[in-house]
Design a protein around this ligand. Structure first.
Ligand code: GUN
Ligand code: ZN
Length: 645
């Protein structure tokens, strides 16, 4: 069972509970334990490093008589002295390394069951990157057949259904889609180790994203064989929840130390500048002089500390809604990773369905690659389709750092408005009509002050397209004469309506801004607080992100005038009394939802007859709600029943 607690980009901070009742927080990395070697003991992994889950190889255990006997007699957890979640692999990786393996899928699934593993793995076929499409297709079909077979055999054991398909996106997506229909519990993406070894990170992006398109969002995704700290932030951002690392021990044997910016051999290093608990007090010369066994142990522990440190950082950034920033930072450690970041832009539209509408922190623009973030395409899309200019003439101003723009250009904007012009600022985001300058992400973003030509070019292209579409005439704001005698329009009202169109679209805005409009404005900040339409409080504007929260009166109007399913989540009868009292909406009670809503979108919760019950904020999107067995779908703010009391 998988619950999503926080999200950012496609990343999920989640909680995974096994059938056996063990729990692990995601994103999680599972260190690989070779049951014959144990460079670091499972007990140490659990107690000292805090790894709540690990992975070992059932194929090796099965082929080592003493281990096989012990594992079947006392169970894997006791044999390894490990109380956390144990996942086992099936021998597929051995077939990738050494050719075929002499076991069947059925044998491997039943063996894994017999040793009490929490999560077993199908004997999938490792699709190599150099394989033809035809051979890959055969391997995918065979893997799917074996996965289906494993589902029938698994009993209480959870099972990994591995997505294969080599570097063919259509095969990956199809494999994922068919796997999504099967009774598997965790969805690894397999066959990617050679891509990572060859630094083919941009191919890795295609592989992950095409798999993500087909996979069931209610199950964790495991990126099989990925465990280098340098990729954790980026892969988490793409929606991978589990990772595993055998490299921490393998690299240690060759005297290779993992760092956040790469892997370095102690024979090449100039100094040991690491302060992790394993290295503290140690010098490079001292490390080189150590006996082999001790050194391997120390480096393995160092490598594990690098992993745990980065994983903690990934979780913190995810919690703070800043994972894009961390991933962009990490992708600058190697040109191949930068390629991957650039490649991710191909999936901007797909990611937009999952990326939250707003977040607490500011956006840090770290270069042209930041434009691949969904917030940029969302902003561009919405101003192109939802914006309506209050006047047919635009006056252009140029971002000079101060924000929000209406405070940086008080006199200039007022003068333009008196002349019948709508102020538009050309910013690194592209065009920003003055009415939208406080909306997330415009005011909540930081750009370098020294411009770069790529950013200017993209901003210009979007500005030209927008201005042509929205205005009949465009002038340079700096060249306007003084319109002393012109009448100043109500710019607060223009803003109030523009933000509503941006957030909810035209139909809802017409319903919300009906009749006489009064705005409650903060005396301290001058910002709009409440929108009162014909005496009804329909909207409140949040100071933090400049977007609205929907009030019950506003919700009723939207339901009355915007056809279903827009802006709605419908719940079954059982949930009606709870939701109308202001309790949250859980996934299992939802019968339908508007598929265009994204996390943090305002939503109206309705009953089966489309009667409004409550307003709230989306935490999950439609597909996730449909797939999840547990968890909050909508965070309810106020219920209709509460108001009546
Ligand atoms: N370990 C690394 N890659 C793979 C894979 O594709 N399948 C399995 N079963 N294990 C792996
Ligand atoms: Zn160290």
């Amino acid at each position: 069972m998988f619950e999503i607690l926080r999200r950012d980009g496609m990343a999920r901070l989640g909680r995974f509970t096994t059938t056996s009742g063990r729990t692990v927080e995601t994103p999680a990395l599972l260190p690989v334990i070779n049951p014959k070697i144990k460079t670091v003991t499972p007990r140490e992994l659990y107690d000292e490093f805090g790894f709540g889950a690990m992975i070992t190889n059932s194929y090796i255990i099965k082929n080592t008589p003493a281990l096989k006997e012990q594992a079947q007699r006392e169970g894997l957890h006791q044999m390894l002295d490990y109380p956390g979640v144990i996942m086992t692999d099936s021998g597929t990786f051995q077939s990738h390394m050494y050719g075929t393996v002499e076991v069947t899928n059925q044998e491997m699934v039943e063996f894994q069951k017999s040793i009490g593993t929490d999560i077993g793995t199908v004997l999938d076929i490792f699709t190599e990157p150099f394989w033809s499409e035809e051979k890959t297709k055969w391997a995918v079909d065979e893997t799917l057949k074996r996965t289906q077979e494993a589902c029938g055999l698994k009993g209480d054991m959870m099972i990994n259904g591995v997505v294969q398909g080599s570097v063919y996106p259509a095969l990956r997506e199809n494999c994922a889609r068919r796997m999504a229909e099967m009774d598997i519990d965790v969805q690894p993406i397999g066959g990617v180790v050679p891509l990572m070894e060859q630094y083919r990170y941009s191919d890795l992006v295609d592989v992950i994203m095409s798999a993500k398109k087909g996979l069931n969002p209610s199950r964790p995704v495991h990126l099989f064989g990925a465990g280098h700290p340098m990729i954790l932030a980026f892969a988490t951002l793409m929606g991978c929840d589990f990772f595993d690392s055998a490299s921490y021990a393998k690299f240690a044997k060759d005297g290779r130390m993992m760092f956040i910016d790469g892997t370095f051999k102690i024979s090449d290093m100039q100094s040991l500048d690491c302060d992790c608990p394993a290295c503290r007090g140690m010098t490079l010369a001292g490390l080189r002089k150590m006996d082999q066994e001790q050194r391997v142990k120390l480096i393995a522990r160092h490598n594990l500390y690098q992993i745990t440190h980065e994983l903690k950082l990934v979780k913190r950034y995810l919690q703070e809604g800043r994972l894009w920033e961390l991933a962009e930072l990490r992708c600058r450690a190697h040109p191949a990773l930068l390629d991957a970041l650039r490649k991710l832009r191909d999936y901007q539209d797909f990611m937009e369905q999952y990326d939250p509408l707003s977040r607490d922190g500011a956006i840090f623009y770290t270069g042209i690659e930041s434009r691949g973030r969904p917030v940029f395409s969302r902003y561009a899309g919405r101003i192109m389709t939802r914006y309506q200019a209050p006047t047919p003439k635009a006056a252009l101003f140029y971002d000079r750092g101060g924000k929000p723009y209406s405070r940086a250009f008080v006199q200039e904007f007022a003068n333009a408005r008196r002349g019948g012009y709508t102020p538009v600022v050309i910013s690194p985001f592209g065009p920003v009509p003055a009415e939208l300058d406080e909306v997330y992400p415009i005011a909540q973003s930081l750009f370098p002050t020294i411009e770069d030509s790529d950013t200017m070019k993209e901003s210009e292209d979007l500005s030209l397209e927008f201005l042509k579409e929205a205005f009949g005439e465009v002038v340079n704001g700096a060249e306007l004469p003084d319109f002393k005698d012109g009448e100043l329009p109500n710019s607060d009202l223009q803003r109030a309506e523009a933000v509503s169109r941006y957030q909810f679209g035209e139909d809802a805005t017409r319903a919300l801004f009906r009749g006489r409009i009064d705005l409650v404005v903060s005396r301290k900040t001058g910002k709009i607080r409440n929108v009162i339409s014909d005496g009804e409080h329909v909207l409140s504007m949040r100071a933090g992100d400049g977007l609205y929260t929907l009030r019950m009166e506003g919700a009723r109007r939207i339901i009355a005038s915007v056809p279903a399913p827009a802006m709605r989540v419908a719940v079954m009868d059982d949930a009606v009394p709870f939701v109308s009292q202001g309790r949250n909406v859980f996934c299992q009670f939802v019968t339908s939802a508007d598929g265009s809503l994204v996390p943090k979108d305002e939503v109206v919760v309705v009953d089966k007859n489309d009667r409004p019950l409550a307003t709230g904020q989306m935490l999950l999107v439609k597909d996730e709600i449909a797939a999840m067995k547990k968890g909050i779908a909508v965070k309810v703010r106020s219920g209709a029943g509460e108001e009546a009391e």
